[in-house]
Design a protein around this ligand. Structure first.
Ligand SMILES: [Zn+2]
Ligand SMILES: [Zn+2]
Length: 390
């Protein structure tokens, strides 16, 4: 029996597990109950583990010695009020598993069940580390996410390669998407302020209107992407927040402006940062001032070419060639990027479209097709088995 057949037998167990996690979502670095649920399953299986990794994460160990492989799942939820009315709807109002990390945790536990049996029966040599990572969606006060903390704490030091998956609610169910090289974007946030001179709304010439100045800055940002960045290289800046003013007849002193910067390589990333500074500096042309702080976030997720090829072959062997496709480049970001920078890694997508309703990620009606849970578990287990026996 393949892992896929065996995982199908675990289906109802996996669905129950995912629904339990879904009903009890926890935000980044607060995954206390989630981690307990994980260790409960590991205890039942008799698998050893360490808790408190990257604050609220869990690392579990199967087998020993080389080759050493790692599988990663993230566990955190988002600050969203769930609008679905399913029986497994979030019991924690304002917090929701709206990115499918409940499914990832479930798939990795499913892989643990499958692999554990083979390790016990001495069918596998080498070792597999299971990384139950906290805080993919957010970082702490030190600017560090769960993935970065796991890498810094050495969770990947003794592994040869790492693989992770993400369910995608908008892609066809049970189809794998994978690509080598740059896959997902680097994310940086910027926090700016355009400073003019406040005054009476009826006497703009005596003030220096920062609303008008900020409009020049916004225009320059969007123009810069088209006129300054190499059009063959992906990159974008979205101004997502603008705040100014209190009342209709007062020109405010300043305008606060923030947004997100995405890029797929360090060269474009550096250029966007430098040019954003110039866009804000336009405020000076009319005697205004500006402040700009760029907070660097996750680096681009770059799949190791050989590992991506390994995942593609593995998935084709397990679920069939017709169910494995080339992934498009994504401007979304992932903190798996830190792991893929530390060791040869591959991150892949597993389509999980539930029904004809539009259920995008980070949306109050997000949900997945639970049919993918056994597939995800089998794919992770098979990646480990194949790596250990190649
Ligand atoms: Zn997300
Ligand atoms: Zn996610």
């Amino acid at each position: 029996m393949t892992y896929l057949d065996r995982a199908q037998q675990l289906k109802s167990k996996l669905i129950a597990l995912r629904r339990d996690l879904h009903a009890h979502p926890e935000l980044a670095f607060q995954e206390i109950r989630t981690a307990q649920r994980v260790t409960q399953v590991l205890n039942e299986l008799g698998i050893e583990y360490t808790t408190g990794v990257a604050k609220t994460g869990v690392v579990a160990y199967l087998g020993e010695g080389a080759p050493r492989f790692a599988l990663r799942a993230d566990m955190d939820a988002l600050p969203i009020l769930e609008a679905n009315d399913a029986e497994y709807k979030s019991q924690n109002p304002g917090v929701m598993h709206a990115c499918g990390h409940d499914a990832h945790t479930t798939c990795l536990l499913g892989a643990a069940m499958l692999l554990n049996e083979d390790f016990k029966n001495k069918k596998l040599n080498g070792s597999v580390k299971l990384l139950f990572q906290p805080a993919e969606e957010n970082w702490d006060e030190e600017g560090k996410s769960g993935g970065l903390r796991m890498v810094e704490e050495g969770a990947l030091d003794d592994v040869d390669a790492v693989v992770g998956l993400h369910v995608i609610s908008t892609n066809p169910s049970n189809v794998v998407f994978v690509r080598g090289g740059a896959f997902m974007a680097a994310v940086d946030n910027f926090y700016g302020e355009v400073i003019g001179k406040g005054g009476h709304g009826a006497y703009p010439h005596e003030a220096l209107d920062p609303v008008w100045l900020s409009a020049q800055v916004v225009n320059a940002i969007h123009g810069m992407i088209s006129r300054r960045k190499d059009p063959t290289k992906p990159g974008l800046i979205s101004v997502t927040r603008i705040n100014a003013g209190t009342v209709e007849n007062v020109i405010p002193v300043s305008v606060k402006m923030s947004g997100t910067i995405r890029s797929l390589d360090e060269e474009v990333r550096a250029q966007l940062h430098a040019d954003l500074e110039k866009c804000f500096a336009l405020a000076r042309a009319f005697g205004g001032e500006y402040k700009l702080k760029i907070q660097r976030g996750y680096p681009p997720t770059v799949n190791d070419e050989q590992m991506a090829e390994f995942v593609r072959e593995m998935a084709e062997g397990l679920i069939g060639k017709e169910r494995v496709r080339a992934a498009e480049i994504q401007m979304g970001a992932e903190d798996f990027s830190y792991m893929a920078r530390a060791k040869p890694g591959a991150f892949f997508y597993l389509g999980a479209k539930k029904d004809s309703t539009d259920r995008p990620h980070h949306n109050p009606v997000f949900d997945i097709d639970e049919d993918v849970l056994p597939t995800g578990a089998a794919l992770l287990a098979e990646a480990a088995r194949k790596f250990l026996t190649r």
